[in-house]
Design a binder for this molecule. Structure first.
Ligand code: T4K
Length: 386
């Protein structure tokens, strides 16, 4: 038997077309084109245009909040939200290291000090006991992250915020449309910031939004978003340029109508994944949270080599060899990055749980573009089949 044939036989079954962790939900071009034509005819392309106004109003209703302010991306939304609360310069904001770098950067960009606290086994969200331990007289806010769409313990943080007189803010980049006991997630805490990046369930190509449960927040956030301009001759605040343009808004208006369908497909995919992962010792799927509507943003796993026999990296590499590009979100964690490397992680344990779990996390491709064939290739990898 020729060597070439042997090699071919030894090759794993790979997909012809690569599949990525995320794939943007995009409107049909025939629906988008007439909207673009209108924008071109109006020649009003940004600065709170009519499509921007419509999208903002629709999202305020969809998210069930009293203030909903669109932003050009989630990071500028986070930076602006922290600015909005006028936290004392140099004060401490407690957050999770298990997040995208933007969460910590937004704190630093405001001249505030990020303080990292441990996460909970099971949910991988910020541990309220570790946060309580991290609170000092210099703490001005808690910035929880609904990581992967798994919700923080919002009741515990409300209690901590009230008893220590600190703000409670949520990075809700992954929690679009989530509810807890029927209450929209943007109604918890002082503010929640969503991301509408292309990789998010609901996207405007790039985009973001600050939501708050208070209607009176709208006016100042409006000024902060637009250089602090009140009139042609008045600038009343130290604002930034955080405006979303009309093309982003047009994509958002169309995508908002498609979100329910995309979510339904992701729920089916979640079930397919859970079915073949069930019974695999050492492979933990996302925590089920009773009374919570999951945002269907990510499908995270925690892979424990001691029980499963293979590492997270073994699986990542095996998937990659088959053209399946899973991601190790969020490893490295923030404290592995140069700007935050010197900072400790406050924990109730001798060794922070996040430093153990970081090398076990993996997000599988999670969107309607994941074919049945891809699911079967991924199942083969987890079950050690060629
Ligand atoms: N807070 C949290 C907790 C966040 O996760 C994020 C963003 C933010 C705050 C900040 O929000 P934004 O300022 O971004 O609105 C991606 C996204 O760029 C980022 O938005 C997201 N979190 C983060 C978790 O993921 P990368 O560096 O992983 O992106 P990239 O380019 O590697 O894309 C991932 C995969 O998605 C690619 O393998 C292919 C696919 N993809 C990507 C893009 C850009 C597409 O199919 N089409 C595309 O256009 O950060």
């Amino acid at each position: 038997m020729g060597r070439a044939l042997l090699d071919e036989e030894n090759q794993p079954r790979a997909l012809d077309k690569s599949v990525f962790v995320s794939e943007p939900l995009l409107p049909e071009l025939n629906e988008l084109m007439p909207m673009l034509q209108q924008i071109w005819e109006r020649k009003y392309v940004t600065n709170h245009g009519p499509l921007h106004q419509r999208l903002e109003a629709e999202l305020q209703t969809y998210l069930g909040v009293d203030t909903a302010m669109l932003f050009t991306n989630g990071t500028i939304g986070l930076i602006t939200a922290l600015k909005f609360f006028d936290l004392p310069p140099g004060s401490e904001v407690i957050t999770s290291p298990m997040t995208f770098a933007a969460t910590a950067h937004a704190i630093s960009w405001n001249g505030l000090k990020p303080v990292f606290a441990d996460v909970l086994p099971g949910t991988l969200t910020l541990d309220p006991d570790a946060v309580a331990q991290a609170i000092t007289e210099n703490t001005s806010a808690i910035l929880g992250v609904h990581v992967y769409g798994t919700l923080c313990d919002v009741e515990a943080f409300a209690a901590l915020g009230a008893s220590h007189d600190v703000r409670v803010i949520y990075d809700a980049a992954h929690a679009f449309g989530s509810t807890k006991k029927g209450v929209p997630i943007g109604r918890y805490g002082d503010a929640s910031i969503f991301s509408f990046h292309a990789t998010k369930l609901f996207n405007t190509l790039e985009g973001g939004l600050i939501a708050t449960p208070n209607a009176q927040d709208r006016e100042r956030i409006y000024y902060l978003r637009n250089f602090g301009i009140k009139s042609e001759e008045e600038v009343i605040d130290v604002g930034i340029n955080g405006k979303m343009n009309e093309v982003q808004a047009a994509v958002g208006l169309l995508n908002l109508r498609a979100v329910a369908g995309e979510k339904a497909k992701r729920r089916q995919l979640r079930k397919r994944y859970c079915d073949f992962l069930a019974g695999l010792d050492g492979v933990q799927t996302q925590a089920e949270q009773p009374g919570v509507e999951n945002s269907e943003q990510y499908f995270p796993l925690v892979i424990d080599e001691t029980h499963y026999g293979r590492t997270r990296d073994d699986i990542y590499d095996a998937l990659k060899a088959r053209n399946v590009f899973a991601r190790k979100y969020f490893h490295p964690i923030c404290t592995d990055f140069e700007p935050y490397r010197h900072l400790p992680i406050v924990s109730t344990r001798a060794m922070p749980y996040v430093t153990e779990v970081k090398s076990r996390v993996l997000c599988l491709p999670f969107h309607s573009g994941v074919s049945e064939d891809a699911v079967s290739v991924i199942a083969d990898v987890f079950h050690g089949r060629r």
